[in-house]
Design a protein around this ligand. Structure first.
Ligand code: UD1
Length: 427
């Protein structure tokens, strides 16, 4: 199994091109299922989750051509199957994003239930309730969600617009309903919708395909269904990955470095940028991106995860790593997922002082970290261990890097280009 071997401590500096956002690329690929003509996407990140999503669509009969970084074209004009099998769905929860498009265009879908993951149970009940409100019949049988829309009667195989009010903000739930609503009969209003930039990016792509969407980026999305969607008139460039950008910004801050993140936009990460500034880093927009550096000491800053524009849960683990180097105690509160502190115990193995009480972690620093072998438990936890490894004395071996490869493009190469000593090894 692949591992990262990091020799620390180091200081990262230089400039880096931020990849396309995994979490925007996944729904964009699912959107191709809605169209009768090819959908072209630019800047798909070369990460494992995107390869899984492409495999999923290709298994349904979608014709794919091109390889990132070139334009990737997806042609779903002839589909052989409307099923998402367990083998692929279990490796990636976001596969659930095919449910809405399949149901909307073909009137039926069979998608494996995603099941649990390391950071919690993460049910998809809110997706299912929304599709039921839009007229679908949904049954869970033998581990599969089987959804269909009656072909007889007034529905004639088509979803019906409805008002969907999510009791809690769900990002892929919002995206799934948005995707489905584009081809529903009538108007769908999504209340308490996710406002994440990835939702805005999806709405822009769908609009370019002929969908009628308004309110993207606000808690109320209104979608007027149309009879069919065409392809993209020109390739849609997936937005830059704000979580990847935030992770490298944290690398600059933790090592006292100076990194320019090309393509990053501070407005996509308002709470993170504010926290970074309060902690003593300089964050400034620059030509084509964002420059992050630190020369003074790190100060402790509390963060609490929340839906956008709040502090992103996907940068919580990285913040914990950063705070191990701040002078004093900070509180990191996780409100989105029930079990997202698996990195805390591993950081402690490197010499950090972290105490977890329920949904709150107390981090006391600055700690002198020492290289050790640690094991990654999930995607963002892996990134936190790499950040800690950059400032730990000696060699840190981060095992089970396959989690990291799901969402970070060639992280060892990107960090090495900034002057860190990171290599991929067997371990
Ligand atoms: C997405 C992101 C993930 C990020 C998360 C929160 C993608 C592919 N993934 O995940 O990186 O960490 O948003 O910003 O974009 N919930 C339910 N029932 C549902 C749906 C969600 O109870 O039907 C709960 C979840 O368990 C969780 C909370 O709602 O506690 C938010 O989850 P959600 O926003 O749906 O996360 P994902 O869309 O899976």
């Amino acid at each position: 199994m692949d591992a990262f071997l990091i020799s620390g401590p180091c200081r990262v500096s230089g400039s880096l091109a931020v990849s396309g956002a995994k979490n925007a690329a996944l729904p964009a690929i699912a959107a191709a299922l809605l169209a009768e003509r090819p959908v072209a996407l630019d800047r798909l990140p070369p990460v494992a989750d995107i390869r899984t999503m492409k495999r999923l669509l290709s298994g349904m009969g979608v014709a794919l051509s091109g390889e990132a970084p070139a334009t990737v074209t997806l042609d779903a004009s002839r589909l052989a199957s409307t099923e998402a099998p367990y083998d692929l769905v279990r490796t990636m929860r976001a596969s659930i994003l095919v449910l809405g498009p399949l149901l909307a265009r073909f009137g039926e879908a069979r998608v494996s239930l995603p099941g649990g993951c390391a950071i919690g149970v993460r049910p998809v009940d809110l997706h299912i309730l929304a599709f039921e409100a839009m007229g679908a019949r949904v049954a869970v049988e033998k581990g599969y969600i089987h959804a269909h829309v009656s072909r007889v009667g007034p529905q004639r195989g088509r979803l019906t617009g409805a008002t969907v009010r999510f009791p809690q903000v769900t990002v892929t739930g919002t995206e799934n309903v948005l995707l489905a609503a584009t081809l529903a009969r009538g108007v769908t209003t999504i209340e308490n919708a996710a406002c994440e930039p990835e939702v805005v990016d999806l709405a822009a792509l769908l609009s370019s395909m002929g969908a009628r969407v308004s309110g993207a980026g606000t808690p109320t999305l209104v979608v007027e269904g149309v009879d069919a969607l065409h392809g993209t008139p020109q390739p849609h460039a997936v937005l830059a990955d704000r979580i990847e950008a935030g992770t490298y910004a944290a690398a600059a801050a933790i090592t006292g470095g100076d990194v320019t993140l090309l393509g990053a936009r501070g407005e996509d990460l308002p709470a993170f940028v504010a926290a970074l500034g309060a902690a003593g880093a300089d964050v400034a927009p620059c030509d084509g991106g964002l420059r992050v550096s630190r020369s003074g000491p790190l100060r402790p800053v509390d963060v609490e995860t929340a839906p956008h524009p709040g502090y992103p849960t996907d940068l919580q683990a990285q913040w914990m790593a950063l705070m191990t180097q701040a002078g004093g105690t900070s509180r990191v509160v996780e409100t989105i997922f029930e079990n997202r502190f698996l990195h805390a115990a591993e950081l402690v193995r490197l010499g950090a002082q972290v105490r977890v009480e329920g949904h709150t972690a107390f981090v006391t620093g600055p700690s002198r970290l020492e290289g050790a072998t640690v094991t990654a438990s999930d995607l963002r936890a892996s990134a936190a261990l790499v950040l800690a490894g950059l400032v730990a004395e000696g060699e840190t071996l981060v095992r089970r890097i396959y989690h990291l490869d799901r969402g970070y493009a060639a992280m060892e190469q990107k960090l090495s280009s900034l002057g860190a000593r990171v290599s991929r090894v067997e371990g």
